[in-house]
Design a protein around this ligand. Structure first.
Ligand code: SAM
Ligand code: SF4
Length: 476
């Protein structure tokens, strides 16, 4: 076997969970070439910028970061600079023309071709572009890239692309047509992750409900059933489910698949039918509310989160008010809200009635204020209950403080099945407990409620004991 000397790879990732997954795949496919991950850019042999173009700001961020790399390349001419992800897909060769210090532009479907391209650049110092998109997944080999220390949760992409064409969205243009991975490859990859020590997987797709349809593979719910059977895997999450395709099957799965976390991210984008129509979302407000009611009927404690876009072209005050009314009616457990941003390749860029930045900001703030009140009320209602927290490790910044004094209680962090973040204390514990607690599921009694998290304490009573005594109810 050919041995390679160690080379340092720095990956900078901007954007969504799919980009985080892709970054890990990139690290995985480049490891056989001798590349190991490094936080330091200045001493790297290869820097990969994994870009996002979902909103204008993300694209600007990518270009400004790339611009800063020019200086580093001047100081270190042997450095290879590569640009991947959605901006790379969108701009292609234009990046090479605009930025002479960039060696490689590779699109969203080119990750498995990356090792060959990097080898060519290493030997011939050529400059390359590969932004070929294909409608099917031509090559799929389960790759489980490196984990961070104590990582308990990992993303696994189950499908790529999107066929929905929401009028504001660039994803179908930069991620291509929807295509699903074979379930056997997905299961193999999850098993690799579990063998590495991962306890939870988050299955990723732009519209997981249509998983396998085109290829005649199994349904998404059938896939979940198979994943549910994987030994030593503790929890399953997924994102994103498009409301128009949320099936009765999947709704019922929340009631019976024990590893499936009782949380669904169901982006609605707007509470107004006219806006939904112009967004090409293909559901109505009432249809959406009906699905929420079905979910809650089958699984009363299911946590529901969503995405919203404020200031879509032509959105009136009344239409925005409908969005606020919807939020108040659903009482989400959390949400992400974005100011509409023109994407040149998306049809809405040509729509009239553009909303000013000032109004968009006001609407965004009003929406976030409303949700913050709801979240806090919902968090307060959880105080006094016991929840099962998958422990992710010491709270950030706390580990160092704890290590100064082994006897001092340190703070831990983890998530409930509902995806609520819980910080908690273990009275009398020191940092030596890190290995013991990370990756375990701990019973935590909730004692405090904040806008973005909960505070609790490890309880030594088991769930069963607490339930038997009827002292505390259990939160999902
Ligand atoms: N496939 C997912 C769905 O349909 O719900 C969404 C994926 S997209 C990466 C994440 C979110 O970005 C969307 O739900 C939407 O709220 C937001 N988004 C997409 N395009 C946008 C745009 N042009 N301006 C502002 N927000 C946008
Ligand atoms: Fe974009 Fe719509 Fe596809 Fe989501 S479903 S990725 S918002 S086109």
């Amino acid at each position: 076997m050919l041995m390679h000397s160690a080379k340092r790879l720095h990956i900078s990732t901007i954007g969504c969970q799919m980009n985080v997954y892709d970054a890990n795949q990139i690290a995985g496919v480049l490891a056989p070439l001798g590349y190991t991950g490094s936080d330091a850019i200045d001493s790297a042999d290869l820097v990969i910028v994994n870009t996002c173009t979902i909103r204008e700001k993300a694209e600007q961020k990518a270009f400004s970061f790339l611009g800063r790399l020019a200086k580093i390349k001047t100081a270190n001419p042997s450095l290879i600079v590569a640009v991947g992800g959605c901006v790379a897909q969108q701009e292609g060769e234009a990046i090479l023309k605009r930025m002479p210090h960039v060696d490689l532009v590779f699109g969203t479907h080119a990750i498995f071709r990356l090792p060959d391209m990097i080898r060519r650049i290493e030997t011939t110092r050529c400059r390359l572009v590969d932004v070929r998109l294909s409608d099917t997944i031509e090559f799929d080999s389960p790759v489980a890239g490196p984990l961070t220390d104590g990582q308990v949760s990992a993303f696994v992409t189950i499908m790529r692309g999107c066929d929905n064409h929401c009028t504001y969205c660039v994803v179908p243009h930069v991620r291509g047509r929807e295509a699903s991975r074979h379930p056997d490859r997905i299961i193999e990859e999850i098993r690799l992750r579990v063998d590495q020590g991962v306890r939870e997987v988050i299955l990723l797709g732009q519209n997981v409900n249509s998983y396998g349809n085109k290829e005649g593979l199994c349904t998404f719910t059938e896939l979940l059933e198979r994943v549910n059977g994987i030994a030593d895997l503790e929890r399953i999450r997924f994102t994103t489910s498009h409301p128009k395709d949320l099936s009765e099957d999947l709704i019922r799965a929340f009631g019976h698949l024990e590893k499936l976390c009782r949380h669904i991210h169901l982006p609605v984008q707007s509470g107004d039918d006219e806006i939904l129509k112009r967004m090409n979302r293909r559901y109505t407000r009432d249809g959406y509310l009906e699905k929420i009611a079905r979910l809650r009927a089958h699984c009363p404690d299911v946590a529901i989160t969503s995405d919203f876009i404020v200031g879509f072209p032509g959105e009136t005050d009344r239409q925005f008010q409908s969005t606020l009314d919807l939020i108040a009616a659903v009482r989400y457990d959390g949400l992400f809200a974005f100011m509409y941003s023109d994407r040149p390749q998306a049809p809405a860029a040509a729509f009239s009635g553009k909303i000013s930045e000032v109004v968009k900001k006001e609407r965004l703030q009003a929406l976030l204020d409303l949700q913050e009140r709801i979240t806090l009320e919902k968090h307060q209602a959880m105080v006094g209950r016991i929840g099962q927290v998958l422990v992710e490790g010491p709270s950030r910044g706390i580990e160092a403080a704890g290590s100064e004094n082994a006897a001092a209680p340190i703070r831990w962090t983890g998530r409930l099945p509902s995806n609520h973040i819980v910080h908690f204390s273990v009275p009398g514990s020191g940092p030596e407990r890190k290995e013991v607690l990370t990756g375990t599921v701990a019973d935590i009694i909730i004692e405090g409620a904040y806008a973005h998290s909960l505070w609790g304490r490890l309880t030594h009573r088991g769930m069963g004991a607490a339930a038997e005594k009827g002292e505390n109810s259990i939160v999902s």
